[in-house]
Design a protein around this ligand. Structure first.
Ligand code: NDP
Ligand code: 8X3
Length: 253
């Protein structure tokens, strides 16, 4: 029987690449996000290619929506082998003293509270079976703050603490816990951060070859495929010319 991976934020970027990598690796998929039409298109594509797929459209900021969506899973879909908490976003790059309250709430409610909700809803089933794996998508931004990163960096520092805490709480079980911390990955991330300003988003990746969603998907798949006694606890993945959240060497022509 194929294993099942639930991926949050599978409609774009890193999450979509992870869904494609796990489908290629023989997993059945539960894909989630708010964009229902993109989810349905992916479900149709994966199913056509032989990957059994369920699409659940909900906003991870809403505990009630998440609970209702997961409550629709029956039969084999209740046995989730891998939870990939990827849904997340940055909003704004303003100095903290000029930040936007709505942006702060959205980042905290999605990146921290949404991830916690999914963990709380899915992990008890893994503990019961003494089998499973949680892969959280953290960030280099959680290692140290950078200019204007303030609240986003704090949410990813929280992902690190929450992931480490979960690993401690599960150490008596065979359930594994991984934090993957990417640096610059070219996705919709910067477009979302800059509220749709594409020119400003493109500048983030100027003069450096950034990572792709596929690069991160390969790392996630590696962690998931390691032998059962091997727990890839944390991985920092950077573009070759990025050294930290704030040290990026750009080529200027
Ligand atoms: P994208 O904007 O391309 O994708 C973000 C995904 O998150 C989308 O599928 C989106 O789906 C989903 N999402 C956002 N908010 C919600 C919500 N409230 N409810 C459900 N789903 C939501 O960005 P990335 O692929 O780059 O980002 C994925 C993760 O990787 C994030 O956690 C991000 O912080 C992290 N990351 C990104 C890096 C980068 O440089 N790109 C580097 C380090 C970490 P939908 O719109 O359908 O809801
Ligand atoms: C995304 C990477 O450095 O833009 O988490 O914050 S960064």
């Amino acid at each position: 029987m194929d294993k099942i991976a639930l991926i949050t934020g599978a409609t774009s970027g890193i999450g979509e690449a992870i869904a494609r990598r796990f489908a290629k690796g023989g997993f059945d998929l539960i894909i989630t996000g708010r964009n229902e039409s993109k989810l349905n298109a992916l479900k149709e594509e994966f199913s056509r290619k032989g990957t059994d797929t369920v699409a659940l459209a909900f906003d991870v900021q809403s505990r009630a929506e998440a609970q209702k969506a997961l409550g629709t899973l029956t039969g084999k879909w209740e046995n989730i082998d891998i939870l990939i908490n990827n849904a997340g976003l940055a909003r704004g790059l303003e100095p903290e003293y000029e930040g936007n309250f709505e942006d702060w709430d959205q980042m905290i409610d999605t990146n921290i509270k949404g991830l916690l909700t999914m963990t709380r809803l899915v992990v008890p089933g893994m503990v019961k079976k003494n089998h499973g794996h949680i892969i959280n998508i953290g960030s280099v931004a959680g290692d140290a703050a950078y200019a204007g990163g303030n609240v986003y960096c704090a949410t990813k520092a929280a992902v690190k603490a929450i992931t480490d805490g979960l690993r401690i709480d599960l150490a008596h079980t065979a359930v594994r816990v991984t934090n993957i911390k990417p640096g610059l990955v070219q996705t919709n991330f910067s477009k979302v951060r800059f509220h749709g300003d594409e020119a400003r988003a493109d500048k983030v990746y100027e003069g450096i070859k950034p990572l792709t969603g596929e690069d991160i998907a390969d790392v996630a798949f590696y962690a998931a495929s390691a032998p059962e006694h091997v727990q890839i606890a944390e991985v920092l993945v950077l573009a070759t010319h990025q050294a930290s959240g704030s040290v990026i060497v750009r080529e200027h022509k």
